[in-house]
Ligand binder design. Structure first.
Ligand SMILES: [Ca+2]
Ligand SMILES: [Ca+2]
Ligand SMILES: [Ca+2]
Length: 284
């Protein structure tokens, strides 16, 4: 007769899975590879992830332009001041001034005029904790939508028009690696990691990142050229990323699970070695 073991608390397993995937476990020997990255300003954003924020009539932060206001200040990611002023000449269009030099003032800044679904690129100064600074390009896209039942809804999307790129070289393999500043604040850090698949790895060498195999989460185990790797750290200015080898591996269908232990709701400790060779049912 086959023995069945019912695990009632899947959360425990999920917690273990998270710990396995999130805790970098460098391989013995401390191998690491620091990959220099360059900012590629030709990268055109395809995902409209961030937006200029406004304060609405209730005093709350909102990414839609407050209705009935023709001239207001908004804030772009990284604390960049932006003035939005409705045009008098066109029905649905705005004059936009971005604080590109970071002095907190927009009066002297270039005036861009955008109609619905049009965009422009502004170079904005970014500063990092180590004293470095440089201009980075951002695409500002104006979106206006309405229908019979809803009032005009206006959003100013703010997207990084750049990504950090370098070459990962391991064993006999070499591939383009890219890191996205997902939230457009000029910092490459955990906020971008938390936003989704922000790492690109051009495994097939076509110069593009495409598909689940090439778009990666920063915390996941990366299998590459016979090695299993984790991202150890990234410089906030996108100048380098450090990879480490790990003893962790990605479980495969038909393959063995990584060794683990967990405590049942009765307080007993179960070791994966006890479960080997038996049929188990996960009940959740
Ligand atoms: Ca300024
Ligand atoms: Ca960022
Ligand atoms: Ca590719």
């Amino acid at each position: 007769m086959q023995e069945k073991f019912v695990i009632h608390n899947l959360l425990i397993i999920l917690q273990i899975a998270c710990m396995l995937s999130l805790t970098p476990t460098p391989a013995p020997g401390g191998w690491e590879s620091r990959i220099p990255l360059e900012i590629n300003e030709d990268f055109k954003p395809k995902i409209l992830y961030a937006a200029i924020m406004f304060t609405n009539s209730k005093g709350e932060k909102d990414y839609t332009l407050p209705a009935g206001i023709n001239n207001t200040l908004g804030e772009a990611p990284g604390g960049v001041a932006v003035r939005i002023e409705r045009t008098k000449e066109l029905a649905i269009a705005h004059h936009i001034q971005v604080d590109t030099d970071g002095d907190g003032d927009v009066d002297e800044e270039t005036v861009h005029t955008v109609a619905a679904d049009s965009s422009f690129v502004a170079q904005v100064i970014r500063k990092w904790a180590d004293g470095k600074q440089r201009f980075l390009p951002y695409q500002i896209k104006y979106s206006a939508s309405s229908d019979r039942d809803t009032p005009l809804r206006e959003i100013f999307y703010w997207s990084s028009h750049y990504r950090a790129e370098g070459k990962v070289k391991i064993n006999d393999c070499e591939s383009l690696l890219g890191v996205m500043d997902m939230n457009g604040d000029g910092q490459f850090d955990g906020k971008d990691f938390a936003a989704g698949t922000c790492i690109g790895l051009d495994r097939n060498g076509d110069g593009k990142f495409y598909g689940a195999d090439e778009w990666l989460l920063a915390e996941q185990i990366i299998e590459y050229c016979g090695e299993t790797l984790l991202i150890e750290s990234i410089e906030a200015d996108g100048s380098a990323i450090t990879l480490v080898k790990t003893t962790l591996s990605i479980p495969k269908l038909g393959g063995p699970l990584p060794a683990f232990s967990l405590v049942t709701i009765k307080g007993d400790t179960i070791y994966s070695s006890q479960l080997k060779g038996k049929l188990h049912l996960l009940d959740f």
